[in-house]
Design a protein. Structure first.
Length: 402
């Protein structure tokens, strides 16, 4: 039963947004240059071995121009899927047990096992049903959040479990769980705004089940449900409302959402559009965007959306490929690039030096793009062939928290 649950969940994960699993520092102008020859990031990809159900971690060192070099010791024989990094540890959900494994990140990026924590022991009813989905840290890297999917008749909820990271060992201390519900059921990460207190997510299932989600981070690190208000953009004539889905937060107090025209219980004709919201001091969200000034995307079936560390660029990926937009805080989002690739893109992450790393399980590729507010293109050597990439995470350099 557990294997069936995992299979169903992985399918859901690969068609939804993914975690804010990096702890990032923001560049000032969105066009940072690293000295030539200086590594700027470590890139880790959970890759499924050919003709196997076993994963491994394929690791690379990224140069200032975005080119990748295989890391010594890679691939690491770790059977994991979802990953998150905080500058000291790589956390990953095990495929063989209901565990979150912690791996030390060495100065050269190499991984070594540090600790393992059974997250299912805290689920109800014990011994716990459900499987870890997306993992994500708060901005300090001190608290890890595990989005869990309960896929049996007895366990129909999804939850976000909070764990404090023991810095010295990588072990996790359970803080508590927030139940996010059965339908539509949150199956993507929440994104913390710059104050590291309020976090947001959204889901949409065929314009029938849809919802905003809000969380408030307590001083202990525990994520609790947030009761908040959020308006919707004015829809076009003949459309009753927009339905929100993927979310991404900038370094201050703004959150982007994808918006699908809808006449519930079904979707309405029209392209997916992008809206910008502002969070107030109490966590309420407000937008002044309308159908007339929200940009349309070329992505009709989105899987992931990620904000650049500067908050100036917004990447949207899905079945149709990958596209990048100018993000301008509370102002309407502005069109920028066309499709940078037409390969389906399931997940992506930025580093702190204008590089966007994206995986395409369908084509078996890892893409690297160099993107600033004024220029964009493929990095040297991209794309890279990789066996069934299932998950990617990027650790910006220099390392911190060691």
């Amino acid at each position: 039963m557990r294997n069936l649950m995992l299979t169903a969940f992985f399918s859901a994960v690969l068609t939804t947004a993914t975690a804010w699993a990096q702890v990032l520092s923001s560049d000032v102008n969105g066009d940072v240059q690293a000295p030539t020859g200086t590594p700027v990031a470590y890139v880790y990809v959970a890759s499924t071995l050919p003709n196997s159900n076993t994963n491994q971690i394929v690791a690379y060192t990224a140069a200032a121009n975005g080119s990748l070099t295989p890391m010594p010791g890679s691939p690491f024989p770790e059977n994991i899927y979802s990953m998150a990094v905080n500058g000291k540890y790589l956390m990953a959900a095990s495929l063989s047990a209901p565990d979150i494994n912690a791996y030390n990140i060495a100065p050269d990026g190499a991984l070594s096992f540090a600790a393992s924590t059974n997250y299912a022991q805290y689920n109800a009813p014990p011994p716990g049903c459900g499987s870890a989905g997306q993992l994500f840290f708060d901005h300090t890297g001190s608290t890890l959040y595990v989005q869990e999917f309960d896929g049996s008749d007895a366990c129909t909820n999804t939850v976000v479990a909070s764990f404090a990271v023991v810095k010295a060992t990588g072990a996790l201390t359970y803080l508590g769980t927030d139940v996010t519900g059965a339908f539509p059921g949150l199956n993507s990460a929440a994104y913390l705004i710059g104050n590291n207190v309020y976090a947001y997510a959204a889901v949409n299932s065929a314009c029938m089940y849809y919802s905003f989600y809000g969380f408030q981070r307590s001083p202990s690190g525990l994520l609790n449900d947030l009761s908040f208000q959020a308006n919707l953009p004015t829809p076009p004539p003949g459309v009753s409302r927009y339905v929100q889905n993927l979310a991404a937060a900038d370094p201050t107090n703004h959150v982007a959402f994808t918006m699908q025209p809808a006449n519930p219980p079904g979707c309405a004709p029209g392209p997916l559009q992008l809206a910008s919201y502002t969070a107030d001091a109490n966590g309420n969200l407000n937008t002044t965007n309308t159908y007339a000034n929200m940009p349309a995307t070329s992505i009709a079936n989105p899987y992931d959306m990620k904000m650049s560390p500067s908050g100036k660029l917004l990447a949207v990926a899905g079945q149709e490929g990958l596209q990048v937009f100018h993000f301008r805080g509370a102002l309407p989002i502005k069109a920028y690039t066309g499709l940078l690739t037409s390969d389906p893109i399931n997940q992506m992450f930025w580093d702190n030096h204008n590089h966007l790393y994206a995986i395409s399980p369908n084509s078996g590729k890892l893409y690297v793009f160099t993107i600033t507010p004024t220029r964009n293109g493929m990095a040297p050597g991209s794309p890279y062939t990789i066996s069934s990439p299932a998950d990617v995470i990027v650790q910006p350099l220099p390392l911190f928290g060691q």
